[in-house]
Write a protein that binds this ligand. Structure first.
Ligand SMILES: [Cu+2]
Length: 84
């Protein structure tokens, strides 16, 4: 099975909350998205959903910078979030 996000890079505006549309296409497989800052501190933790399912994650406002996003179920699923 191909366990990965369909993108390894996301962008969002600084200083304003945004919605992250998450679409889990893997039947029977749980995934989520957690956002961590450069030091590894958790900034947002999306609810884990089992596919096929969608979630509209309400992400709070973040300061400009580079963050990483990761699936808590599959730590090798990662990407970069640029806030600017
Ligand atoms: Cu996952």
């Amino acid at each position: 099975m191909n366990i990965q996000f369909d993108t390894d890079h996301l962008e969002a505006p600084a200083g304003q909350a945004f919605v992250l549309e998450f679409d889990n296409n893997d039947p029977g497989v749980p995934h989520n998205v957690e956002i961590k800052d450069a030091k590894g501190a958790s900034m947002f933790k999306g609810q884990i959903i089992t596919g096929p399912a969608k979630a509209a994650y309400q992400v709070p406002a973040l300061a400009a910078g580079t963050y990483m996003f990761v699936c808590d179920v599959h730590p090798t699923m990662t990407g970069t979030l640029t806030i600017k």
